[in-house]
Design a protein. Structure first.
Length: 278
């Protein structure tokens, strides 16, 4: 058991309708590898490390606009050169993108998978270059990405997701941002790092954000359904000290599932959160 600050998002699970089409998208566009295929389940990742699981069943239906769910899963690359290689890949393959931005703390490219799940692929700037407000919040913005400069750094080789890529953060739509914020802060010991109108950003250890929630689409008005497409599970690891504090925070709820080294609880969006002791 390790002590001290540690947090890593291990894996996300998406429920999908067309699992073959989705598998092909994440392997051809994101450069993931197929780790294993089981009955109605595909595990994707890098070097036998699963970071995304696709699942399906007979009763799955497309998520309605009213249901709170995923805004995007953000895949963090280890450096700017890897982001440049990804940009070169999607430009050369004529992959559709929804946008690209410079957030001051990071540079990012946005797209949507075939079933409407948002994707961000990004690289952080060096942390010593981040700037902060007097209250400690990280200063972030959304300004145009210098795509030409970035593209010129790409190596032109066939793209494969970096072995150092991880899920850097998960941003969710919410029908009640305050409710989500209180749930994550009070139970999981997260701190607010930034905010925008109708959006909150939370993290551990001063990172710009590990989780974010927004209510930018006012048609979102209810938790997600079990049978709908979209994000169904987030798994993350945390150091022993905070794991046991979280376990204590959740000890009075009858909605928790637990074992020796993990805890599972549904958040207000009806997404399962599974926390492992590192």
């Amino acid at each position: 058991m390790k002590k001290g600050g540690f947090m890593k998002i291990k894996r996300a699970v998406l429920k999908v309708i067309d699992i073959e089409k989705m598998k092909n998208y994440y392997t051809s566009v994101l450069g993931m590898e197929v780790i294993s295929i089981e009955n109605k389940k595909v595990n994707l990742g890098i070097n036998n490390n699963v970071i995304l699981t696709l699942v399906t069943d007979e009763g799955v239906i497309l998520k309605s606009r009213e249901e709170a769910n995923l805004y995007h899963i953000a895949y963090l690359l280890p450096n700017r050169e890897e982001l440049a290689n990804f940009l070169g890949h999607i430009i050369d393959s004529k992959t559709e993108v929804q946008g690209a931005a410079d957030h001051l703390v990071s540079e990012a490219i946005y797209m949507t998978d075939p079933e409407g799940n948002g994707i961000e692929v990004y690289a952080d700037r060096d942390r010593d270059k981040w700037k902060y407000l007097p209250n400690g919040n990280v200063i972030m913005d959304t300004i145009p990405l210098n795509a030409d400069e970035l593209y010129n750094l790409s190596n032109g080789e066939k793209y494969k997701l970096s072995s150092e890529a991880v899920i850097g953060h998960i941003h969710m739509q919410s029908y009640d941002v305050d409710k989500m914020t209180k749930f994550y802060k009070n139970n999981f010991l997260l701190s607010k790092t930034s905010e925008l109108p109708d959006a909150i950003f939370l993290s551990y250890d001063g990172y710009h954000h590990h989780f974010a929630f927004n209510h930018w689409d006012y048609t979102v008005s209810e938790p997600g359904s079990e049978n709908s497409t979209g994000l169904k599970l987030i798994e993350y690891e945390i150091d022993s000290e905070r794991f046991f504090k979280i376990k204590e925070n959740l000890s009075n709820t009858n909605k928790i599932e637990e074992s020796g080294n993990f805890i599972v609880i549904n958040d207000p969006n009806n997404i399962k959160i599974k926390i492992y002791e590192e």
